[in-house]
Design a protein around this ligand. Structure first.
Ligand code: 1GP
Length: 247
């Protein structure tokens, strides 16, 4: 439970966690490592590694290894399927896409990937993964029955189901590159029922104001990927986001 404990302690101490998402399919392992180092210098708390398409095999392993050469931040797998498991990461968000219509994304890939996670001994952090409109690539690939943006009660129902199933973390996802994250009303309603369980919000967070609103509404952790990929000064961008969410 080392990475989960590390993250939860930051939430306790600093009010919120910032996670930098790196998709191994989007750049070379060397460039990914440079981004991770810059994100660390900006104050990010951990590096998530994964994506919906092409984040597997050699490119996944090499990306993690290169990142680990330059930073000691925890590396957490964010797998799009069973192929997203790597022995080189410190932990894995062991997630179920609760609102998928396709059983492969609810329990199938989990069963295929679990023996490898066991064999590698990487830490599994259980997570309910819930996709809200517009959903982006992950919504399409994961065949999600997208939760309408203006229906917080449906997000609450899925989040509670995840909590009662024993998942420690809940992730409200609008999809990478979305026009924005889940609404403040939805975040607040979900956090109310989750209580001490951790709420992660990601998708379309691009600036300090949006990050601050997510955390003020109840998010314990925020994830940013696209702004990091697009930024010409990753350290400054991460610093802007981190300073907006920490106590
Ligand atoms: C995607 O929520 C994450 O899974 C991050 O989204 O790329 O829009 O930051 P962005």
């Amino acid at each position: 439970m080392q990475v989960e404990k590390y993250l939860n302690e930051i939430v306790e101490r600093e009010g919120a966690v910032h996670l930098t998402l790196i998709d191994p399919a989007s750049q070379s392992p060397e460039k990914a490592a440079a981004m991770a180092l810059a994100a660390k210098e900006g104050g990010t708390d951990a590096i998530m590694i994964g994506g919906s398409t092409g984040a597997s095999g050699l490119v996944l392993d090499q990306t993690i290894l290169k990142i680990k050469e330059v930073t000691d931040l925890p590396t957490i797998l964010f797998p799009g399927s069973a192929a997203g498991v790597s022995a080189y990461a410190d932990a894995i968000f062991f997630m179920s896409l609760l609102n998928s219509r396709d059983l492969n994304y609810v329990t199938g890939n989990q069963a295929l990937g679990a023996p490898l996670v066991y064999k590698c001994g990487i830490e599994a952090i259980s997570m309910a993964y819930i996709i809200i409109e517009p959903g982006g690539t992950v919504g399409w690939v994961g065949d999600a029955r997208l939760i309408p943006k203006n229906k917080p009660e449906i997000a609450v129902a899925y989040s509670l189901a995840g909590k009662y199933l024993g998942m420690h973390y809940t992730y409200l996802e609008t999809g990478s590159g979305a026009d924005g994250p889940a609404s403040p009303q939805m975040i607040t309603a979900v956090k109310k029922v989750l209580g001490k369980n951790i709420l992660i919000v990601g998708g379309g967070i691009r600036n300090a104001e949006t990050a601050r609103i997510c955390v003020h509404s109840g998010a314990d952790m925020i994830v940013t990927g696209t702004v990091v990929e697009e930024s010409t000064d990753v350290t400054a961008k991460i610093r802007e986001l981190v300073s907006a969410i920490k106590k």
